[in-house]
Write a protein that binds this ligand. Sequence first.
Ligand code: GDP
Length: 479
Amino acid sequence: EEMTVGELAARLHLTASEVIKRLMTLGVMASISDTIDYDTAAMVAMEIGAKVEKEVVVTIEDRLFQVENEDDDSTLVERPPIVVVMGHVDHGKTSLLDAIRNTNVTEGEAGGITQHIGAYQVMVNDRPVTFLDTPGHAAFTSMRARGAQVTDIAVIVVAADDGIMPQTVEAINHAKAAGVSIIVAINKMDKPHANPDKVMQELTEYELVPEAWGGDVPCMPVSAKTGNGIPDLLEMIQLVADTSELKANPDRMARGTVIEAKLDKGRGPVATILVQTGTLHAGDAVIAGSTFGRVRVMLNDRGERVEEAGPSTPVEITGLDDVPEAGDVLNAVEDERLAKELVEQRKHEQKEAQFSAYEKVTLDNLFSHISQGDVKELPIIVKADVQGSVEAVKQSLEKLSNEEVRVKVIHGAVGAVSESDVMLADASNAIIVGFNVRPDPVAKENAERDGVELRFYRIIYDAINDVETAIKGMLAPKT
Ligand code: GDP
């Protein structure tokens, strides 16, 4: 492994001449474009007190490489879409999830015990579709903040008699930030005051143009209460999935994400895994976050024992030594000894990582990220006391975009900075700008914990000015 002096300088946030000077004291003569080897780079890094983690990181990645490596196109086969339902409170998310689940219950099963394991599958035209059973954007974005991108499609539920509400806007922006496909379910169509046209009109204000009006957002009228429209919604989900060509290789060791986990009195640690690629088998040795074990019993979403689970299949497993966290990645590995070893290594790494947290973008370090080329977009969340300020700030900030960096307001709303804003910022590496608002205490605490930058202003000009100078690398240090 080698890098140029220039690259090392960028990584260490030093100027090239500083690095060259330090190299000289080590007896190495090099110019900015010369390559130096890893050991030399490490010595410079150590001198300035930066952490060098190559050894450990490379080993664990190498060892997981056999399961993580890219799949050849020829090995990929179609997999079911994974769908999350989001929207404003009381617009019918839970009812819709229940109604969808019931479409699948055949007569003999009616009244049977439905298992809530955190996700379920229904058959649509003989092909499965997977739904996450926890509605809402908080769960969705907190998983994303942990690095788990499991969802393909977001169904945004809007009550036809109520229209777009604050959490609808949040849901839309969280889904957009994640880059998932959006389908709108206009729910409660059975109500006398249902007004789907008004909902569609409001959607256009958030750059979601209904298909019926020439845009690309399918809007499906449904009633979770009567079941009307649900088959059409399901078919639309499948259509959107088909155009996204979702694929995975079922013939490899499994990788999945923990979507729920708990300690069960009788069964010990129990975790619901959504398999993303490969096939998980009963008996497989696995690691999940900092837990490991051997898959003992595997149950599907109907509580039936299964021996294997392919891509996009949710299963509940037992056999882990401890309770993993939602969002943890699960990997099947060759044997249990390796699993144990990897977990010990990972725990060690996590301890180390606490001292060298992954660097979040802030206005202070923005310029060095831009010059390194690893930030091409600056996502910003704007919260203000009045809607007028949100709009004004959004427009002025986005105008600051230049060739190197695009400034993008991924969410803007009236109100205090909330937990959900911090989560979105964390997941999207965004900064939060507030006008005449404060964060709620939990939001503030979380922002500190996650290294998310919060900036508060009373004057719009000051904010624009700070972002502008930060982009140009001329921001004065915070006083
Ligand atoms: P959530 O908070 O988004 O999960 O909403 P719920 O599913 O709990 O629904 C909120 C309320 O709206 C409940 O009283 C539901 O019975 C009712 N509701 C949900 N869907 C419909 C519908 O399609 N029609 C009618 N009339 N009521 C509905």
